[in-house]
Ligand binder design. Structure first.
Ligand SMILES: CC(C)(COP(=O)(O)OP(=O)(O)OC[C@H]1O[C@@H](n2cnc3c(N)ncnc32)[C@H](O)[C@@H]1OP(=O)(O)O)[C@@H](O)C(=O)NCCC(=O)NCCS
Length: 172
């Protein structure tokens, strides 16, 4: 079973390892090898910042990845998400789709957000396919990511989410 649990102190080293994997890092806006002190500062703020929420994606009792929402500060704002699978064996299993749907369900059902967005670096077909599978649409906007890389913005509105899930039933 795929489920989400909240990030906690026990995840500090795991995330340091996962986030520096080439297959994860290459698709992030910040793509340098992260040093331990930089990670520790980031991790400490991720645990307490109320505008961000991080979950560990669990396969039964095994941690396999991370999904997060960022920009939860103001009621009515669009927030964005990030997702990666840190354990290679979890790729191509459908786990990411289930995890992303659970994060979107939290955004729309618990936080009542109007819209959730994500940006994808050009060439990241796995991520594009995943976002399209959960009902996101390309907003047709090219974004210039830091470092001059090209990216594409995807969005899903609360209205579209509700349409999909009243027709297709609950995702949990
Ligand atoms: C983006 C990312 C999370 C997608 O992971 P993924 O393994 O492709 O996604 P899923 O777990 O949903 O699996 C989907 C694949 O499993 C297959 N699959 C197998 N069983 C499945 C099932 N029961 N249900 C759904 N899909 C299934 C699908 O056909 C699909 O394969 P395909 O990609 O060849 O079409 C992963 O590639 C990753 O971590 N990338 C690095 C970080 C990154 O790019 N993050 C996004 C930008 S922030």
């Amino acid at each position: 079973m795929i489920w989400l649990r909240e990030l906690d102190e026990s995840d500090r080293s795991r995330l340091f390892r996962w986030r520096n994997l080439h297959e994860v890092r290459r698709w992030m806006y910040t793509d340098h090898m992260i040093q331990r002190d930089e990670h520790d500062r980031w991790f400490a703020s991720a645990l307490i910042d109320p505008s961000r929420k991080y979950w560990i994606i669990m396969h039964d009792e095994e941690p396999i990845g991370v999904v997060n929402l960022i920009g939860l500060g103001n009621v009515g704002d669009t927030c964005s998400f990030g997702i990666y699978l840190g354990e290679q064996r979890a790729r191509g299993t459908g786990a990411a789709k289930i995890a992303l749907e659970k994060a979107l369900q939290y955004a729309f059902d618990v936080r009542s957000l109007p819209c959730v967005a994500a940006e994808v670096l050009q060439g990241n077909r796995k991520a594009e396919r995943l976002y399209e599978q959960v009902g996101m649409r390309s907003a047709g906007k090219a974004v210039l990511a830091p470092g001059g890389k090209a990216a594409k913005r995807y969005e899903i509105s609360r209205q579209h989410w509700l349409q999909l899930h009243t027709q297709g039933g609950s995702v949990i």
